[in-house]
Design a protein around this ligand. Structure first.
Ligand code: NAD
Ligand code: DAU
Length: 355
């Protein structure tokens, strides 16, 4: 998409973790754009994540469900969107193991519903229109050797979550192939940073260390993930949106692989320091628990294409990013306390009770 236009952009899932960073970046960097944030506000959506931009004149929030056909059609009829950046999804692998169907509904059907609405409204007037689908590296499956996921790696999803994201990616490409809908897709590695819901590894460990609770490491803690600071992902999305070639896929990652146990130990050290606890205190909380069923061993993204073609690169090292993240969670205790009250407790007890 060319910049310096008065685009109206629909961002779905903008009240979630990554979505809130994308909304903030677009609202503040492009005052000439109108950003409409559509979010159902599930357990993972939180308007507090956006309180610093909610009064900006180029920002609007709409509460709604991407799976509601009538609602989505009338939304597209009432707003002349130039582009969609689609992040809304059920995003947690452990929850997908507990309830796969809800992942099919939101991630597959919700995406198809948006594609249908975009197609109907844009018809054959596709100039300067874009449906940008945000996806994950998990669609490529699990690596057991030293290889990387590239844009041409075959899909091999292994969890209900990744299968639903793979399904949504396939539909997005099918709409380009069949109807010439202008699309682009990016597949990113594990994000961490401020505003992440504490069901995911990094904020869950920070929350538990702060509260002297056990730190549940699945299996032997040897599974490897490739970590990226969330603001670097938001910057990559900006690059792909403005400079990406239509129909292309861009892998996003920081060439930053870590074993889970090493991250947990690193966090323990940072937290001991920040909380003025004797070194080694938090590591005593580590507990190896029953493994995640079908636990993918290793993810590793080859981000050469986005780096060479779109000149995107990471801005912080993992150590710097984790330090900023820990600081943020410690300074935003009220946010963390609020999101971990109520339904979170029920989820946590259920998820970790037999481990
Ligand atoms: P998240 O769970 O924090 O946020 C998801 C948001 O979507 C929430 O605000 C939620 O309310 C909203 N939502 C859910 N169902 C909806 C519905 N039916 N209608 C409207 N809104 C709905 O997720 P996240 O971690 O920010 O991930 C955002 C996107 O990025 C997802 O598509 C995810 O697959 C993808 N992704 C995430 C990561 C990661 O590490 N978190 C990495 C790569 C890709
Ligand atoms: O790779 C991108 C994906 O990263 C995204 O598409 C997903 O939306 C996002 O949730 C994330 O998936 P993971 O399953 O890799 O993230 P999670 O934080 O749940 O787990 C990271 C690793 O830590 C994984 O190997 C499982 C392990 N883990 C996780 C939790 C919550 C533990 O050992 N203990 C835990 O309590």
């Amino acid at each position: 998409m060319e910049s310096n236009k008065n685009y109206k952009i629909l961002i779905t899932g903008g009240a979630g973790f990554i979505g809130s960073h994308v909304v903030r970046r677009f609202v503040t960097s492009y005052p000439e754009y109108t950003i409409v944030n559509l979010d159902k506000l599930t357990y993972a959506g939180n308007l507090e994540n956006l309180c610093d931009v909610e009064k900006m004149p180029n920002y609007q929030f709409i509460k709604g469900d991407i799976t509601n056909v009538t609602f989505i059609n009338s939304l597209f009829n009432n707003h002349e969107f130039d582009a969609v950046i689609h992040l809304a999804a059920e995003s947690h692998v452990d929850r997908s193991i507990l309830d796969p169907s809800s992942f099919v509904t939101t991630n597959v059907f919700g995406t198809v519903n948006l594609l249908n609405a975009a197609l109907a409204i844009w018809k054959d007037h596709f100039d300067n229109k874009l449906f940008y689908h945000i996806s994950t590296d998990e669609v490529y499956g699990s690596l057991s050797d030293s290889a990387y996921f590239t844009e041409t790696t075959s899909y091999d999803p292994k969890s209900p979550y990744s299968a639903s994201k793979a399904g949504s990616d396939h539909f997005v490409r099918a709409y380009e192939n069949t109807y010439a809908l202008p699309i682009v897709i990016s597949n990113c590695s594990n994000n961490y940073g401020p505003y992440q819901f504490p069901e995911k590894l990094v904020p869950l460990m920070i929350h538990n260390i702060r509260n002297n609770k056990l730190l549940p490491v699945y299996g032997k803690g040897e599974n490897i993930r490739d970590w990226l600071y969330v603001k670097d992902h938001a910057a990559a999305i900006d690059h792909v949106f403005h400079r990406g070639r239509k129909g292309e896929t861009y892998n996003i990652g920081g060439f930053n692989e870590w074993k889970n146990i090493d991250i947990v130990r690193l966090l323990c050290g940072i937290m001991d320091d920040k909380l003025h606890r004797p070194s080694g205190t938090s590591e005593k909380l580590i507990e190896f628990v029953k493994d995640r069923p079908g636990h993918d061993m290793r993810y590793a993204i080859d981000a050469t294409k986005i780096s060479n073609e779109l000149k995107w690169n990471t801005s912080v090292t993992f150590e710097q990013g984790l330090e900023i993240t820990v600081e943020w969670y410690l300074e935003n205790k009220a946010w963390l306390d609020r999101v971990t009250s109520g339904a979170y407790k029920t989820y946590y007890d259920n998820q970790y009770k037999n481990r």
